[in-house]
Design a protein around this ligand. Structure first.
Ligand code: BES
Ligand code: ZN
Length: 460
């Protein structure tokens, strides 16, 4: 019975929302170096918050953005839980598409709109607030909590694996908890047991020294924009299959049981199309929409540039062109092998008159976690307490690069407990987080510490 803690959570809803608004006002955009000071300020906010709860906390420098590590006292006989989250956010452009400024959190219809509301400040905060509820009502937590909150997730977590490797003992834990994903649908919470990985690139093409008259020179030299579109188009065939050498060699296929399980979920394609504003869905032949999103590898172009984009026409052969593109990867695919395949492919397709440069942005392996772990039952019970409904088990298509590092370096399974919704507009304009889910998530988290404490030390 956690009546005292549940009461604390209820009585502090306004204070918790105030805290959420505060952190959402900091524009901690990790990919844009102009915001580096704000990313740091956000880390300081998190660090100070931990200290205000009486936890040992430090802001730790890395070669990139800083991270925060905090911990509560150890609890003999009870498991240790490592909570991971991130305080960095994605860029906000296109700014004009936002209905309220991205760093001025605004309440509409029970949702708080701001960049980072769900990804991941709001979700991450639920675990800090649940710790507060325990500490303020009982004076102690029933398990030891270690918090690792980073500022580089949205740019690939480059400096986190070395930190984890160098601090294995400090970070030693029985299970990792992450809330940085979604429920299956409103009113239907979920536990995510798989995430896709990824490999991202920027390709830069250089043709003639400068833009040329397309009448005088067109047809006599390779046009970098033409070449770019040819190369990019060659990465995928009409069936939605990726055309990179060796791309499917290591892919773990979906089991029949998993396909049946996906198919049993109440997924409505019509509703999904409406949500996205598209007339039809499209993807790899032979797979359902959930299979395509959760368990099949894909290719997508994120941005493309080159030539003239201003008003009217301009008859030129442009000097340069470029694109950012990436692949989502599934279990057993290796981002490094994919990068080698991409290089081979571009070398084959790029004509002699064009110089090319390929930048490797970030790579992450896909993750699948053990459904049989006793921690899964603990999480399901806690979610039922917080959300009033038992969770379904899902996979998701996004990536959290560090999950595989936790498995490899700390030998710990991860519980992926998403409090967000698929229509939260993550990485898009008008990102939001449903405040009712913010409070439900905090309650589920408070109950999770209790559930896990009851498993005892050797649960894994
Ligand atoms: N919260 C997402 C990950 C996510 C998205 C999980 C959707 C489940 C469903 C995370 O913040 C994110 O965006 N990760 C990046 C990682 C990349 C930069 C290596 C991603 O998925 O693009
Ligand atoms: Zn994200």
């Amino acid at each position: 019975m956690l009546d005292d803690i549940d009461l604390y959570l209820n009585e502090h809803r306004d204070a918790f929302e105030h805290r959420l608004r505060e952190i959402l006002q900091i524009p901690s955009i990790s990919t844009d170096s102009q915001y580096a000071a704000d990313v740091r300020r956000c880390g300081q906010w998190v660090d100070e918050h931990f200290r205000s709860l009486g936890l040992a906390s430090e802001l730790i420098e890395t070669a990139g953005h800083p991270l925060v590590y905090a911990e509560s006292p150890s609890v003999p006989g009870a498991p240790t839980v490592l909570v991971y989250g991130h305080f960095d956010v994605q860029p906000v452009d296109p700014l004009e598409a936002w209905h309220s400024p991205p760093f001025e959190p605004t309440l509409r219809d029970g949702n708080l709109y701001a960049r980072g509301a769900t990804d991941d400040k709001g979700q991450m905060l639920t675990h800090i607030l649940s710790a507060e509820a325990w500490l303020k009502t009982r004076g102690a937590l029933p398990v030891q909590l270690k918090f690792l909150i980073e500022g580089e997730e949205e740019v690939g977590s480059e400096h986190l694996p070395p930190f984890i490797k160098a601090n294995r003992e400090k970070l030693a834990c029985d299970v990792v908890v992450i809330s940085d994903c979604s429920q299956f649908a409103p009113g239907q919470p979920a536990i995510t047991y798989g995430l896709r990985g990824g490999a991202s690139f920027e390709l830069r093409l250089q043709g003639p020294r400068q833009d040329l008259h397309s009448g005088t020179f067109g047809g006599a030299v390779a046009n970098p924009v033409n070449v770019l579109t040819q190369i990019l188009a060659a990465f995928q065939n009409d069936e939605g299959r990726v055309q990179v050498p060796g791309f499917y060699d290591d892919v773990t296929p979906l089991s029949e049981q998993e396909r049946r399980q996906f198919a049993s979920l109440p997924f409505d394609e019509e509703e999904f199309k409406q949500q996205l504003g598209v007339a039809a869905l499209q993807g790899e032949s032979g797979y359902s929409t959930l299979e395509r999103r959760w368990s099949r590898p894909t290719f997508d172009i994120m941005g493309i540039w080159g030539g003239y984009e201003g008003e009217g026409g301009k008859s030129i052969v442009p000097a340069r062109a470029g694109a950012k593109f990436g692949f989502r990867l599934v279990p057993n695919q290796d981002p490094h092998a994919i990068a080698r395949g991409v290089r081979t492919k571009i070398a084959e397709l790029c004509p002699a008159g064009i110089q090319w440069e390929l930048l490797e942005e970030h790579g992450a392996k896909a993750a699948v976690v053990d459904l049989q772990s006793p921690f899964m039952d603990a999480a399901a019970n806690a979610i039922e307490q917080g959300f009033g409904e038992r969770p379904v088990f899902v996979r998701e298509g996004g990536s959290i690069p560090v999950v595989t590092t936790f498995a490899e370096e700390l030998n710990a399974d991860t519980l992926l407990l998403g409090w967000g919704l698929n229509d939260d507009n993550t990485h898009s304009p008008n990102e939001k987080f449903c405040l009712a889910d913010f409070h439900r998530g905090t309650k589920a988290s408070a109950h999770l510490w209790q559930e896990i404490s009851q498993l005892g030390k050797d649960a894994d």
